[in-house]
Design a protein around this ligand. Structure first.
Ligand code: FES
Length: 165
């Protein structure tokens, strides 16, 4: 989508949302990159088939300095994908002071070993108890056939001013 100034003004008058209704937008829109905006990368994580309930697959997103985990909860989760909408992913940097949280499948929680902040993996990483004051950032996932892909982050990753550096 290439918009010049005139197009933008016309769209502003008629409503950008109305224009975009029905359009399929890519995960990392090329027009945003062309405009100099930083965009989230689209990263392949792995196949969803055969992923056992309770599995915790470590990966990095949106860059190598940002550890994350994809987990199969076995029950529906907020913004989950795959079988039963049960697959979700989170940054593993605790929002309190950045310690690495671990997934505890028996409780379906992500727990920080430093000061025991506990985050609900089925409910957007919301805090259940502990020192943290912010939920864990949730990695946005989508499916391309059987392949799980990360395409964004909800929430600010610990220690960053912006998620995309
Ligand atoms: S660093 Fe996680 S609770 Fe303090």
């Amino acid at each position: 989508m290439n918009l010049d100034r005139r197009d933008f003004l016309v769209l502003s008058g008629t409503g950008v949302a109305g224009y975009l209704a029905g359009q399929v937008l890519p995960a990392s829109p090329a027009w945003a990159a062309e405009a100099g905006e930083k965009v989230y990368p689209l990263v392949d994580i792995g196949p969803v088939s055969g992923l056992p309930v309770g599995a915790a697959i470590e990966f990095r997103y949106p860059d190598e300095d940002s550890p994350a985990v994809m987990i199969h909860l076995g029950e529906p989760a907020k913004d989950g994908i795959g079988p039963n909408n049960a697959v979700v992913a989170y940054s593993t940097l605790c929002t309190h002071k950045g310690c690495p949280v671990k997934f505890h499948p028996e409780r379906k929680m992500l727990i920080c070993p430093c000061h025991w902040s506990t985050f609900d993996a089925a409910k957007s990483g919301n805090i259940v108890i502990g020192q943290a004051s912010q939920p864990l950032p949730q990695i946005k996932l989508r499916l391309d056939g059987d392949l799980v892909q990360a395409y964004g982050v909800d929430g600010l990753i610990y220690g960053r001013h912006t998620n995309i550096l």
